[in-house]
Design a protein around this ligand. Structure first.
Ligand code: AMP
Ligand code: GLY
Length: 424
């Protein structure tokens, strides 16, 4: 089989690694890929929103399956375009990817179908939003409606901050068109857990749980980022939490999408907060998380291609989805200054240390070739993942492996997975 992966970050590297383990796959392409993915796949210089070029390439190479890793092309309808041209693709169609693409849509869906989430109001003009804030309880959360690279969420501690936030999103258009509509929601407290699932329209199968660390600095300080590290499984995702979410969240979401005529095939990522009143949905994504994929996929035992095909064909009920009984931790190596301003083009050394080391992975997020060298090409540069028998050993292994890589301005958090220590 020939497989095309769309995207070029750490998540797509982890997808490529899982696909490379499939006995059914003879050739992998990635558009556009990156310097690390290039070891597993032939990278083609097409960007994820160039739908015509992707379709033409998939036809020309007779691609059997396209896996769309990123949110933008999913929300924009790449899967629909591929299908219209008789090509098979894994991921939700446009009318289902709206689950991630519009926070107003997903909040309204949860309200309509009684799925637990923070209470909220939506606004399409700044004046009404500002009036509402006058009597609202603080802190409060502002969310730009559309895709904003995971950064369109402002947590405001008082009225002044909240008013400034409304201006930034709706008047100064800090997140562009994502700010046409605004969701203002109740501030919740609790631990966060990411639970991802494969979905075939009617049936869902859960993946192992994970937890992301979104803030830039140690101790969850600093700005929100795309994710500075992850661990899997989450010890806070207990069997009680699992049972509650199965009854109130997962199946209800899949059924709700079907009832709305928006059958969802692909991945639903449930971003959960374990609040004192029980688990609630913080957000849905319509794809693998990044860097959740970098700790979940290395632990996947089942052939990922079998799972993708079962989702497309509506046969997930008969398909196994199994994970190793161990743990994994991913520490992101970023460029100093991320997520605000950072330099690129720094030479990276030490990749050879990962050769033949079972259970260690160096996933590339923002890298590129510069002649024979590999250089930094983004804020998040690499995701260093290691497995271990349990979370503590996986964490020790991952931090050890972060030392194998060197580049100027290398920055990482030092407390990824520290929450594990609270469990004992
Ligand atoms: P989202 O993109 O919706 O997941 O939001 C990004 C991050 O903001 C989440 O991972 C939470 O840490 C935080 N957040 C979002 N919504 C809320 C909320 N209602 N209460 C508290 N924190 C929130
Ligand atoms: N790690 C969060 C996300 O992928 O949205």
């Amino acid at each position: 089989m020939k497989v095309l992966i769309v995207g070029g970050g750490g998540r797509e590297h982890a997808i490529a690694e899982a696909v490379s383990r499939s006995k059914r796959v003879s050739k992998i392409y990635c558009a556009p890929g990156n310097a690390g993915i290039a070891e597993l796949a032939e990278c083609v210089p097409i960007t994820p929103m160039e739908f015509d070029k992707i379709v033409a390439f998939a036809k020309e190479k007779a691609i059997d399956l396209t896996i769309v890793g990123m949110d933008d092309p999913l929300v924009g309808g790449l899967v629909d375009e591929l299908e219209k041209n008789g090509l098979r693709a894994f991921g939700p169609r446009k009318n289902a990817a709206i689950l991630e693409g519009s926070k107003a849509f997903s909040k309204n869906l949860m309200k309509k179908y009684g799925i637990p989430t923070a209470s909220y109001e939506t606004f399409d003009n700044a004046k009404a939003a500002l009036d509402y804030l006058e009597t609202a309880k603080m802190p409060i959360v502002l969310k730009a409606d559309g895709l904003a690279l995971g950064k369109g969420v402002l947590i405001c501690k008082d009225l002044e901050e909240a008013k400034a936030g409304v201006k930034e999103i709706m008047e100064d258009r800090k997140f562009g068109d994502a700010g046409n509509h605004l969701v203002i929601e109740e501030f919740m407290t609790g631990r966060e857990v990411s639970v991802l699932s494969f979905v075939d329209g009617s049936t869902y199968k859960l993946m192992t749980s994970a937890q992301d660390h979104k803030r830039a600095g140690d101790g969850d300080t600093g700005l929100n980022t795309g994710g500075m590290g992850t661990f899997s499984p989450s010890p806070f995702y207990t069997s009680e939490v699992d049972a509650y979410c199965k009854e109130h969240i997962y199946g209800k979401t899949v059924e709700a999408m079907k009832a709305e005529g928006r059958e969802f095939k692909g991945i639903i990522y449930f971003g959960l907060m374990l609040t004192p009143d029980g688990p609630k949905v913080l957000e849905y994504n319509a794809r693998f998380g990044d860097p959740e994929a970098q700790v979940i996929l290395p632990r996947l035992k089942t052939d990922i291609i079998d799972i993708c095909e079962a989702c497309i064909d509506g046969k997930l009920a008969d398909q196994k989805v199994e994970f190793e009984d161990n743990a994994a931790v991913c520490v992101v190596l970023a460029s100093e200054g991320y997520p605000v301003a950072y330099e690129k083009g720094k030479k990276i050394t030490g990749f050879e240390n990962f050769k033949d080391k079972d259970g260690y992975y160096c996933f590339h997020a923002g890298t590129k070739f510069d002649g024979d060298s590999i250089v930094t090409n983004g804020g998040r540069v690499l995701g260093i993942t290691a497995k271990g028998a349990d979370l503590k050993s996986a964490r020790a292994n991952a931090y050890e492996a972060t030392e194998w890589i060197a580049f100027d301005n290398k920055y990482m958090r030092h407390d990824i997975g520290k929450a594990i220590d609270d469990v004992d």
